[in-house]
Ligand binder design. Structure first.
Ligand code: AMP
Ligand code: TRP
Length: 336
């Protein structure tokens, strides 16, 4: 076991890439879990701004700056408490990028070529080297903090597996420095699907070009209602457990996750009822939750000094923890 294994509560780390407006998928799959489990763990949550650069064609400096502030304010509005969780911006802790480089050097290309996210994202654009090596940087994010659990949505499972493989390879080459992280993935709600196409994951990048695809946490109620009422279902008209299409299943999952019941209970509640009624209730629970988040968000955004202080304090605390592992990694390779 590495000597810098954290004593006490298990350590949790996760992040969200700063590439657009956070969706209800980010909230259900990631943020709500972080907030709920906060008391049980020692927590590190960050804004993955370096990861946002992997598709540089989509970057505008002012938008990126705004996204970073928006995300930290949403972290706070969704219930993350700076007294219980270290909230920080990835690029303010330079050890992420340096360890990322070290991991680039220990990661065989074949591992990166197998990543499904790279395969799909490299189809449309001119893929950058950063997009290709992104999993090594993500491994650095996790392993720098010796995280025990990484709470994420289902789409990140493969990224955590490769982080484990990278840890193992580094430890094998240079000595035991890194501990193996485990994914923490909720059983229902870990993959919220697009409202306009329930066969694809709801994603903040797709939402930028397709109205009606996602619910953003900062969307006005009328927009949310419209997107939910127009959500794609199937040619049937009422909820039948023996014939659940992906669209209806997704609405039941959303309802369950936002009203604190499991999906099966949601299914029992809506069995035999019309799709229109299901949609109406999904819109209502969503608007109720999102409105509460938005009220807190606007309050937080009105105090830019507080936001900046949160990020400055977070960077200081995160650096202190990261430094311990970073120094060990530098020593074991001979860089120090
Ligand atoms: P990203 O938007 O890709 O930066 O994702 C940030 C976090 O939200 C990760 O833990 C994702 O797995 C999670 N997430 C993103 N989209 C969804 C979704 N549609 N359903 C559930 N979790 C999601
Ligand atoms: N790759 C994650 C996503 O796009 C964001 C991320 C970057 C992350 N580094 C991480 C998540 C470390 C958990 C742990 O969703």
């Amino acid at each position: 076991m590495p000597s810098n294994t954290p004593p006490g509560k298990p350590r949790v780390l996760s992040g969200i890439t700063a590439t657009g407006k956070l969706t209800i998928g980010n909230y259900i799959g990631a943020l709500s879990v972080w907030a709920q489990e906060q008391d049980k763990h020692e927590n590190y949550f960050f804004i993955a701004d370096l990861h946002a650069l992997t598709v540089p064609e989509n970057i505008k400096a002012n938008d990126l700056r705004e996204h970073i502030k928006q995300i930290v304010a949403l972290y706070l509005a969704c219930g993350l408490d700076p007294e219980k969780s270290v909230l920080f911006q990835q690029s303010r802790v330079p050890a992420h990028a340096t360890l990322g480089w070290i991991f680039d050097c220990v990661t065989p290309i074949g591992w990166l070529e197998r990543m499904t996210q790279y395969k799909s994202k490299s189809q449309n654009a001119t893929p950058s080297a950063g997009l290709f090596t992104y999993p090594a940087l993500m491994a650095a994010d996790i392993l720098l903090y010796q995280a025990t659990y990484v709470p994420v949505g289902d789409d990140q499972r493969q990224h955590i597996e490769i982080a484990r493989d990278i840890a193992q390879r580094f430890n094998h080459l240079f000595g035991e420095v890194f501990r193996m992280p485990e994914p923490m993935i909720r059983t229902s709600g870990a993959r919220i699907m697009g409202l306009d196409d329930p066969t694809v994951k709801m994603s903040k990048s797709t939402a930028q070009t397709r109205d009606g695809h996602a619910i953003a946490l900062l969307d006005p109620p009328a927009k949310i209602r419209k997107a939910v009422m127009r959500a794609v279902t199937d040619s049937g008209s009422e909820v039948r457990p023996d014939a659940l299409s992906p669209g209806v299943d997704n609405l039941l999952t959303l309802f369950g996750a936002l009203s604190g019941i499991d999906r099966d209970e949601a299914l029992r509640r809506f069995e035999g009822r019309r799709y229109g009624e299901l949609k109406k209730e999904v819109a209502e629970v969503t608007i109720e939750r999102v409105t509460a988040i938005q009220d807190r968000y606007h309050e937080i955004r009105s105090d830019e000094t507080y936001l900046e202080k949160t990020l400055a304090d977070g960077a200081e605390k995160a650096s202190e923890t990261a430094e311990q592992t970073f120094t060990e990694a530098m020593r074991s390779t001979g860089l120090l």
